[in-house]
Design a protein around this ligand. Structure first.
Ligand code: GTP
Ligand code: MG
Length: 260
C-alpha cells in the first residue's frame, strides 16, 4: 500500500555515514562499573576473572564482526578498530555503535557463568559507546598509546592505593599519601613498603589487553618429496603487549595496513 501521506517523516533522518578512508574506532565503556564491580565483589585493584571475561567478549567481537582488525581493553572499557576501507552497514554510526555495544553486552551476560561460576549476576551490566574517525594509521597508534598510558597511570595509582588501604590506612589517608607523587615515587613506595616490583606484576594489569588476528604458518603435511606443505592459519589472539613502542606493530604490519 502506498504510504505517501506519512513518508515525509523519513526526510528528518540524518545521514550518519562516517567519512570514507578513515579508521573507525568504537569505544565502549561499562556504565557505573564502580557500583557493578562492588556489587559483585571484584578483587581490588584488578579482578583477573573480570578482565578475562571482557577479553573473551572482545574475542567474540572479532570472530563475529568482519573488519575489526584490532581491539584494546582495560578496566571496563574496550576499543574496537574497524579497518579504514570497511563498508560494514555502509559505515553508519547509528549501526556500528549500537551493534558493538549490544553484541558485547549480550556476550558478557552469556559468558558470566563461565568466568564466575560461584557468583550470581546481581545487576544487568550495560555499556555506553562512542565512535571516533581517524584519517591516518599514525593517529590510531597515538590513540592506542593514549589508552595504554591511561592504563599504566591508573593501574600504578590503584595498586599503591589498595596496598596502602589493605595495610591499615583509611581510603582518605591512602589518597593523602599519594598526593603529588610521580611515577618513580610510586614505584619506590611499592618496593620500599611492600616489597613489590611493579614491573613484575602481571602484564594484563600493567599493559591492558590486545585482541588481534595472528597469522600462523602451520605445516599440514609433508609432500611426496618429504618437504613440508605449509598453510596460513588465522587465529584471534589475546596478548598483553606494549603498543606504545613500534615493536608489536613492526611484527604485525598487516593489522593497520591501508588498502591500496
Ligand atoms: P561511568 O563509566 O561514567 O558510568 O562510571 P564507572 O563507574 O564505570 O567508572 P569508570 O568507567 O571511570 O571506571 C571503571 C570503574 O570500574 C573503576 O573505577 C572501578 O571502580 C571499576 N572496575 C573496573 N575493573 C575493575 C576490577 O578489575 N576490579 C575492581 N574492583 N573494580 C574494577
Ligand atoms: Mg565505566
Amino acid at each position: 500500500m502506498a504510504n505517501s501521506k506519512y513518508e515525509y517523516v523519513k526526510k528528518f533522518e540524518i545521514d550518519d555515514k562516517l567519512p570514507p578512508h578513515n579508521w573507525i574506532v568504537v569505544r565502549i565503556d561499562g556504565c557505573h562499573f564502580h557500583r557493578f564491580s562492588a556489587d559483585h565483589a571484584f578483587e581490588k585493584p584488578n579482578d583477573e576473572r573480570a578482565l578475562n571475561l571482557m577479553n573473551s567478549c572482545a574475542v567474540s567481537m572479532l570472530e563475529h564482526f568482519p573488519d575489526i582488525v584490532f581491539a584494546y581493553g582495560v578496566s571496563d572499557e574496550y576499543s574496537f578498530i574497524f579497518k579504514e576501507s570497511t563498508q560494514f552497514y555502509e559505515r553508519r554510526a547509528s549501526k556500528l555503535v549500537p551493534l558493538s555495544v549490544s553484541y558485547f553486552t549480550s556476550v558478557y551476560v552469556m559468558k558470566w557463568n563461565e568466568f564466575f561460576p560461584d557468583k550470581e549476576m546481581k545487576q544487568p551490566p550495560y555499556f555506553d559507546g562512542r565512535v571516533i574517525c581517524y584519517p591516518r594509521a599514525k593517529i590510531v597508534l597515538d590513540y592506542l598509546a593514549w589508552r595504554q598510558v591511561d592504563c599504566h597511570i591508573n593501574n600504578q595509582y590503584n595498586t599503591c592505593f589498595w596496598l596502602l588501604v589493605k595495610s591499615g590506612k583509611t581510603e582518605q589517608e591512602a589518597q593523602e599519601s599519594l598526593k603529588g607523587t610521580v611515577s618513580k615515587d610510586k614505584n619506590e613506595l611499592l618496593f620500599q613498603q611492600f616489597g613489590v616490583n611493579y614491573d613484575k606484576l602481571p602484564a594484563i594489569f600493567r599493559k591492558g589487553s590486545c585482541v588481534y588476528i595472528e597469522k600462523l604458518e602451520e605445516t599440514v603435511k609433508l609432500d611426496d618429496g618429504g618437504n613440508p606443505v605449509k598453510r596460513l592459519r588465522k587465529k584471534v589472539t589475546v596478548g598483553h603487549f606494549d603498543i606504545i613502542g613500534l615493536k608489536f606493530w613492526n611484527e604485525h604490519p598487516y593489522i593497520l595496513e591501508e588498502e591500496k
